[in-house]
Unconditional design. Structure first.
Length: 171
């Protein structure tokens, strides 16, 4: 069975771009190094951050760098189906259940943990302070095309490959 290694990135919706910049600068110690517009909605910014020398985060010295995130919590309208997809399609290992949550883990070093709340949270609403999407890692374009094919075989609604200039993706 093919397995996803983990999370590539998490995109969230913020209300005030300057407040976002202030948080990354004043709390995390990073600097705004690039501002672009959203590929799908040019009224929305994509903000990129780096170190005090304006180097991208990937170039920051490992002893002071933010390494990434452990994972995410899913609040799903259909938690049983979401859990089944995590395990049977994406290849995450189910580690166990505690309280109202099921924990899954991939084989990656970071961005490898997903907790799913076991009770339905209802249909999500796109709004400030919410996660827009969580993107999974693909090793390369060939791997991305394999995942696209597997998703289509399962009758998941998946579009064509989109070139995001810095990476390619499917939605």
């Amino acid at each position: 069975m093919k397995r996803i290694s983990g999370i590539h990135h998490i995109t969230s919706i913020v209300g005030d771009a300057q407040e976002n910049v202030n948080f990354y600068r004043d709390v995390l110690g990073l600097r705004l190094i690039k501002k672009t517009v959203n590929f799908d909605d040019p009224r929305v910014y994509h903000l990129y951050f780096g170190d005090k020398n304006y180097l991208p985060i990937d170039d920051i010295s490992p002893d002071v760098a933010i390494k990434g995130f452990a994972g995410a919590v899913f609040y799903s309208h259909f938690p049983e189906i979401t859990a089944e997809i995590m395990e049977d399609f994406l290849g995450f290992e189910k580690l166990g259940e505690e309280g109202e949550y099921i924990r899954f883990k991939s084989f990656a070093d970071i961005g490898n943990t997903i907790d799913i709340k076991t009770t339905s949270s209802g249909r999500g609403i796109t709004s400030l302070g919410t996660v827009h999407h969580i993107a999974w890692r693909a090793e390369d374009e060939e791997d991305l095309l394999e995942w696209q094919s597997l998703a289509r075989e399962r009758k998941f609604a998946v579009g064509d490959v989109r070139d995001r200039k810095y990476f390619k993706s499917i939605y």
